[in-house]
Design a protein around this ligand. Structure first.
Ligand SMILES: NC(=O)c1ccc[n+]([C@@H]2O[C@H](COP(=O)([O-])OP(=O)(O)OC[C@H]3O[C@@H](n4cnc5c(N)ncnc54)[C@H](O)[C@@H]3O)[C@@H](O)[C@H]2O)c1
Ligand SMILES: O=c1ccn([C@@H]2O[C@H](COP(=O)(O)OP(=O)(O)O[C@H]3O[C@H](CO)[C@@H](O)[C@H](O)[C@H]3O)[C@@H](O)[C@H]2O)c(=O)[nH]1
Length: 436
C-alpha cells in the first residue's frame, strides 16, 4: 500500500530513508531545518557521499514522490512520520535527546489522528515508553524502528537489511505492521518486539561491534610481543561461524558517528540500572590506547624512538575519514592521530578520496595521493581505502625524503612496498609470515 511518509532530518539516516521509501513507491516529504541543505536537495544535489543516493534522490524528485522542505507544516497529512534526528553524546555518556524532544513537543499541534510516529534515531532505552506521554495524544501510535545501515553502504543496507526491527506496545501492533509494510518484500526477518527490546538491540549491536574491534586491536599488540601475525590469527578465528570473519581487522581504533557514542551510551544505561558492564569501559579504554599506540608507532618509525621529537618533520597521511567509503570525519581516529602528530610539531599533508578539506592549520589536504609523499619522512595509512593498495610505490619512494611506511590498517602488500625500498610497519604483523 502506498503511504504518505514524513521524515524529519535529512542526514545519513533521514535522507536515505526518504529516498529509499520514495523509490519503493511511497509519497515522501522530508523536512530539515538546514535551509541550505534543503535548497541543494531541491535541486537534486546531496552533500554526503553515499553510493546510489544521489540517483535515488533525483529519481524521487522527477517522479514527484519525494519533496523537501524546511516547513514542518508540510507534514500535517502524513500517515507515518519518521524521526531521523541527531542524538549526540551528552553528559556522562548518555545520548542527548534534546533535539528529538523539542521536535516531538511540536508534533501534537501538527499531526492528524492516526499518524504513526516512528523513532529511527538511536534513542536511549525507555524513550519509546516516554514518547507517548510527551506527545500526550493517544491517537498517535509510537513505534521504534532502529536503523542499522552502515555509512558508505547506506542505500544498499536500507534496501537489503539484515533485519527489520519494530518495537511497539501490543496495542500499537497494527501501527508497527504498517511501518514494516513500508519496506515491501526485502527477504529480511521482520521482528516485532517491545520498544525497550528494539532500542536495546540497536545499542547492543553497535557496542558488540566495538568490543570485537577492540578485542582484535589488543590481540594485534599481543601478536607483536610473541611474533605471531594478526592476519593469520584473525582469519583463523573468523573461520569459526560462531565468531565470523567481519570486524576482525586491527586499525587505529573504532570511530564514526555511532560506535563511540552508542558504546558510551550503553555503558551509561547499564550504570543507571546498577548493572556492571565493565567490559564496555575496557573496550573504550582500549580504543583510546589504540590511537595513542598508533601515534607512538609512527613516532618510532620516523624518529627511532617512541617519544622522539616530530618538530618540523613532514608526514604524509593516506586517509582521514573514520573508515573507507565515506568522507565522514566525525569521531575519526585518523583525525585524532593527525591532531596528536601536529601537536608534536609534525607538518602534515593528507590525501583521502572522500575528504576535500579539514581545518587548514592542522593538515594540508591534497587531491593527489602522490603529493603526500613529497619530502615526507614517513607515509602513514590511516583509512583502508582499497585504492591505496594499487599506488605506485616506486613513484612514492622517489618523492619521499625517507622510505618509511606505517600501515595502520594492514592494508598494503608489505612485499610490494618493500620492493620499492620502503621499510614497512603494520599492526601485529610479522615480516616473515609463512601462512598463505
Ligand atoms: N549515520 C549512520 O550511519 C546512522 C546509522 C543508524 C542510526 N543512526 C542514528 O540516526 C540518527 C541520525 O543520525 P544521522 O547520521 O542521520 O545524523 P545527521 O547529523 O547526518 O543528520 C541529522 C539531520 O537532522 C537535521 N536536524 C537537526 N535538528 C533538526 C530539527 N530541529 N528539525 C529538523 N531537522 C533537524 C540536521 O540538519 C541534519 O540534516 C542518530 O540517532 C544516529 O545515531 C545513524
Ligand atoms: O574490522 C574492523 C571493522 C571496523 N573497524 C572500524 O570500526 C568503525 C566502525 O565501522 P562501521 O561499523 O562500518 O561504521 P558505521 O558506518 O558507523 O556503522 C556502524 O554504526 C551505524 C550507526 O549506528 C550502524 O547502523 C551500523 O550497523 C554500524 O556498523 C570504523 O572506525 C572502522 O574503521 C575496524 O577498525 N576494524
Amino acid at each position: 500500500m502506498v503511504e504518505r511518509v514524513g521524515v524529519i532530518g535529512a542526514g545519513y539516516v533521514g535522507l536515505t530513508s526518504a529516498a529509499c521509501f520514495a523509490h519503493l513507491g511511497h509519497q515522501v516529504i522530508c523536512v530539515d531545518n538546514d535551509q541550505s541543505k534543503v535548497g541543494l536537495l531541491d535541486r537534486g544535489e546531496i552533500t554526503i557521499a553515499e553510493p546510489g543516493l544521489a540517483e535515488l534522490v533525483r529519481e524521487g524528485l522527477n517522479s514527484r514522490r519525494l519533496r523537501f522542505s524546511t516547513a514542518p507544516e508540510t507534514l500535517s497529512d502524513v500517515d507515518v512520520l519518521l524521526l531521523c534526528l541527531p542524538t549526540p553524546k551528552g553528559d556522562g555518556g548518555n545520548a542527548d535527546v534534546r533535539i528529538l524532544e523539542e521536535v516531538v513537543a511540536t508534533l501534537p499541534d501538527l499531526l492528524e489522528s492516526g499518524c504513526v510516529v516512528v523513532t529511527k534515531s538511536t534513542v536511549p532505552v525507555g524513550t519509546g515508553a516516554r514518547l507517548p506521554e510527551l506527545l500526550g495524544r493517544p491517537d498517535l501510535p509510537v513505534v521504534s524502528n532502529p536503523e542499522f545501515l552502515r555509512e558508505g553502504h547506506a542505500v544498499e543496507d536500507f534496501l537489503n537489511p539484515d533485519r527489520i526491527v519494530l518495537g511497539s506496545t501490543e496495542q500499537n501492533r497494527r501501527a508497527a505492521e504498517r511501518v514494516a509494510a513500508l519496506y515491501g518484500e526485502t527477504g529480511a526477518p521482520v521482528w516485532f518486539t517491545d520498544p525497550a527490546s528494539a532500542e536495546l538491540a540497536k545499542y547492543a549491536s553497535n557496542a558488540f561491534l566495538a568490543l570485537k574491534v577492540s578485542y582484535v586491536n589488543i590481540l594485534a599488540e599481543l601478536c607483536e610481543h610473541y611474533g605471531a601475525d594478526i592476519r593469520d590469527v584473525g582469519r583463523l578465528m573468523g573461520l569459526d561461524p560462531r565468531i565470523g570473519p567481519a570486524f576482525l581487522s586491527p586499525g587505529p581504533g573504532w570511530g564514526g558517528s555511532c560506535l563511540p557514542k552508542d558504546t558510551a551510551a550503553l555503558l551509561r544505561t547499564a550504570e543507571q540500572a546498577g548493572v556492571d558492564f565493565g567490559i564496555l569501559r575496557d573496550a573504550m579504554k582500549a580504543n583510546a590506547r589504540q590511537q595513542a599506540a598508533v601515534t607512538r608507532k609512527i613516532r618510532q618509525a620516523v624518529t627511532g624512538a617512541s617519544d622522539g621529537s616530530l618538530a618540523g618533520v613532514r608526514i604524509g597521511l593516506l586517509g582521514l575519514a573514520f573508515k573507507a567509503g565515506t568522507g565522514d570525519l566525525r569521531d575519526s581516529p585518523a583525525l585524532a592521530i593527525a591532531r596528536e602528530l601536529a601537536r608534536g610539531g609534525a607538518i602534515l599533508t593528507a590525501y583521502d578520496p572522500g575528504v576535500e578539506a579539514v581545518e587548514p592549520d592542522l593538515v594540508q589536504v591534497v587531491d593527489d595521493p602522490y603529493l603526500v609523499a613529497k619530502d615526507a619522512a614517513a607515509l602513514v595509512v590511516l583509512t583502508e581505502w582499497p585504492e591505496f593498495r594499487d599506488l605506485d610505490w616506486d613513484r612514492l619512494a622517489t618523492a619521499a625524503e625517507r622510505a618509511v611506511v606505517v600501515d595502520a590498517r594492514n592494508l598494503l602488500d608489505p612485499a610490494a612496498v618493500a620492493r620499492a625500498g620502503f621499510t614497512h610497519t603494520g599492526l601485529g604483523t610479522h615480516p616473515n609470515r609463512r601462512t598463505r
